[in-house]
Design a protein around this ligand. Structure first.
Ligand code: PMP
Length: 429
């Protein structure tokens, strides 16, 4: 057993002052048992805990670290920006550069507004869709997570799912009565929801590739169907690309699947590791926002110069060179080798992957939606997670999270990961 004495001491102290000892629930390891470790340094594809242990990291600060941790160019950009002030609350040139970068690479986005988290992005996009259509109802899919705004904490994924409260306490029923929840990949259910709410649907919000209940992919034609039914009903199609934006392609999942949504939400990667979100889309919809239109949305720190510097640098780095080819090839290597390892160990695993996102469900059956994902053996995942941690590999501490590969991972990191997985899977077979 590797020692984590300092982490244990810190966690005991944290529990006294921070609810559950953490500032975001999934970090607490409750989905896998045990206690979290504390990290004080990260570099490239590796994180280092306070006891000096090193891990190959597939959490990547939950998605932003697509270039690995402590990318020297991002650090330099943040340092250079900080010298001139950490916040102005007055327009700054970097906001224009950032907006242009996003619009140039995501053709559906004609105008974009920055905010400070993915939660703010989705919350604001929903408000905008409602304000634009003058309708109240929205469709979301069970297992999709769109942050922790009240109306979206219904059958939510990520930590809400891991801890068994996908419908949070503290959210009045009246706040969610306009949220219609249907299973992902289920066209009939979406059609029925539109039929039952004729003329009332403001829009659909969807993770085009859901990565908050593990990872499952849209069936061929499903996203096209969502585009068509929203168009036919005058409803707004919102792609929540907080996770997939700039990860699955320069233009996100919408580029990969060839779909043009009306609005798109971003976060994670566009902040280069600083707190950022954004939402954008059709100009006529975006122009409904204050100060031009009646839909209010604002933020003291929105467009923050440090966050813009980090995000702009991250995007420029991603766009120069062959980042996406590298991510694809590392992903393919991981997938092929993991599937072999699982087969050899005789452990049933559905290894799902798209680009640099992956998830191994411990189940015999294919996974296309939340109900399928719930068939996975979570006790076995917990053993697998802790086994991998002992081998120096850090996966997200829940069966219901996606893993992320960065451009800083090497083929050797992947080999090490698969050797560890082969060993651990033999132990838990
Ligand atoms: N949408 C999606 C698809 C996400 O994955 C997340 C966070 N994991 C959010 C929204 C919320 O983002 P944040 O945690 O930055 O509020």
């Amino acid at each position: 057993m590797i020692s984590r004495i300092k982490s244990e001491q810190l966690f005991a102290e944290a529990l006294k002052y921070i609810p559950g000892g953490v500032n975001s629930p999934v970090r607490a390891f409750r989905g896998v048992g045990g206690q979290p470790f504390f990290v004080n340094r990260a570099l490239g594809a590796h994180v280092f805990d306070v006891d000096g242990n090193e891990y190959v990291d597939y959490v990547g600060t939950w998605g932003p670290a697509i270039l690995g941790h402590a990318n020297p160019k991002i650090i330099q950009a943040v340092q250079a920006a900080a010298v001139h002030g950490t916040s102005f609350g007055i327009p700054n040139p970097a906001e224009v550069t950032m907006a242009k970068l996003i619009c140039d690479h995501v053709p559906s986005v004609k105008k974009v507004r920055m905010c400070n988290s993915g939660t703010e992005a989705t919350m604001s996009a929903i408000r905008l869709a409602r304000g634009f259509t003058k309708r109240d109802k929205i469709i979301k899919f069970d297992g999709c997570y769109h942050g922790h705004a009240d109306s979206l904490l219904v059958k939510a994924g990520s930590g809400a799912l891991t801890f068994g409260n996908p419908d949070s306490a503290g959210v009045p029923a009246a706040f969610t009565q306009h949220t219609v929840v249907v299973p992902f990949n289920d066209e009939a259910a979406v059609r029925a929801a539109f039929d039952a709410n004729k003329g009332q649907m403001a829009g659909i919000i969807v993770e085009p590739v859901p990565g908050n209940a593990g990872l499952y992919l849209p069936k061929p034609g499903f996203l096209e169907f969502l585009r068509k039914i929203t168009e036919e009903n005058g409803a707004v199609l919102i792609f929540d690309e907080v996770m997939t934006g700039f990860r699955l392609a320069k233009g996100g999942a919408q580029e990969r699947y060839g779909i043009t949504p009306d609005l798109t939400c971003f976060g994670k990667i566009i902040g280069g590791g600083l707190p950022v979100g954004a939402f954008g889309g059709r100009a006529e919809i975006m122009d409904c926002l204050a100060p031009l239109g009646p839909v209010y949305q604002a933020g003291t720190l929105s467009g923050n110069p440090l966050a813009m510097a980090a995000g702009i640098t991250a995007l420029q780095e991603l766009f120069s060179g062959n980042a996406y080819e590298k991510l694809e090839s590392l992903g393919a290597q991981l997938e092929a080798e993991m599937k072999d390892a699982a087969k050899l160990a005789n452990v049933p695993v559905q290894f799902q992957r798209i680009g640099s996102m992956f998830c191994g469900y411990f189940t015999e059956e294919p996974v296309y939606n939340l109900a399928d994902a719930m068939h996975s053996d979570r006790a076995r995942f917990g053993k697998y997670f802790h086994g991998m941690l002992e081998e120096g590999v850090y996966l997200a501490p829940s069966q219901f999270e996606a893993g992320f590969i960065s451009t800083a991972h090497s083929a050797e990191d992947i080999d090490k990961t698969v050797s560890a997985a082969a060993k651990v899977m033999r132990q838990i077979a």
